[in-house]
Ligand binder design. Structure first.
Ligand code: DGY
Length: 323
């Protein structure tokens, strides 16, 4: 690094654990703790920065990157990086990094939290109690689903998918998965997984968990046709990206009883939520909380900051994203 400190723009306040690493070597500007910068604000700021630390809500396209001749690294504070045009960054010589591994357990936990909340009708029960409707124990009150012997289908058995599978073993579930590329036998054995094609997975799952990264290829992967092949007693859990599921088709499937329920942490047009989802009792909604634990956010902040420092020093980052 030159004697003049490199400048880092952080688009939202992140934990001090990460900011303090950046401050040791760089001049750090945190845009705001309250709101993300607009595209215009970013375009005005970027020309004088060497590094940018972004949130998954900051869309960074080619045009924006082209306004930043000094920019050497964009460190995304997320494992997903569909908010950044990776190919353009590569062409412009800007390294892009993400925070894989940091939120694996937190996201697997929230997938299970949603799964259990929707299948055991926790949110419905909470509303029922608060509304003063509960008159006492009843043999058929808010019956839910048991997990032992049921089939959990995982679309995308990467880090998070595998962590979800690991938890399923404690519940004596059968776990099937579909990936573009099949896992090696040792990993399948370690996690007790069976590989099936997408059609078999969708048809056989009692609970289907979506864990693929978002891309043009996975856009609306779970469309009306695929949703119609699910069991009417099945539940869908999405903790990946909203647009992997065709939200309007999901609403229709839930409304018509074609699907039993859904637990969703992500939505097609966040923070907008399809109004149909808001009306349905058989859906549990969370505001993209997958990585939101104190420990995870600290780990993400450290990793995102270290990635920046390493690139600015001319070292390979911990987690470089490539197209
Ligand atoms: C990520 O890091 O991509 C997750 O969506 C955060 O919850």
């Amino acid at each position: 690094m030159s004697h003049k400190q490199p400048r880092v723009l952080v688009t939202r306040e992140i934990p001090e654990a990460g900011l303090s690493i950046l401050r040791q070597c760089c001049e750090v500007t945190v845009f705001s703790s309250e709101q993300q910068p607009t595209r215009e604000q970013l375009a005005a700021l970027l020309p004088t920065y060497d590094a940018l630390l972004t949130m998954l809500t900051d869309p960074i396209d080619r045009e924006l990157m082209a306004t930043a001749p000094q920019l050497r690294v964009i460190s995304n504070y997320a494992v997903g990086y569909n908010n950044i045009d990776i190919q353009a960054a590569e062409e412009l010589g800007i390294a892009v990094t993400n925070t894989p591994g940091a939120m694996t357990d937190a996201t697997a936990d929230i997938a299970w939290a949603l799964l259990m909340a929707v299948t055991r009708r926790i949110v419905e029960g909470d509303a029922y109690v608060r509304a003063g409707k509960w008159t006492g124990w009843a043999p058929s009150l808010l019956l839910g689903m048991e997990y032992g012997g049921k089939t959990l289908g995982i679309i995308g058995a990467g880090r998070i998918g595998l962590a979800i599978a690991k938890r399923a073993r404690a519940f004596d579930m059968n776990v099937v998965y579909y990936n573009r590329r099949r896992l090696d036998e040792a990993t399948e054995q370690q996690y007790g997984l069976s590989y099936v094609d997408l059609d078999t997975l969708v048809r056989s799952s009692d609970i289907l968990s979506v864990n693929v990264p978002y891309s043009a290829e996975s856009h609306h992967l779970l469309n009306a046709d695929l949703l119609a092949r699910m069991k009417p007693t099945a539940y869908l859990i999405n903790t990946a990206r909203g647009a992997i599921v065709e939200e309007a088709a999901l609403v229709e499937a839930l409304r018509t009883g074609q699907l039993a329920g859904a637990g969703l942490d992500v939505f097609e047009k966040e923070p907008e939520v399809h109004p149909g989802l808001l009306e349905l009792p058989n859906v549990v909604l969370a505001p993209h909380l997958g990585s939101s634990t104190v420990e995870t956010r600290d780990r993400m902040a450290v990793l995102a900051a270290e990635n920046i420092v390493r690139v600015l020093r001319g070292e390979p980052p911990h987690s470089l994203v490539t197209s």
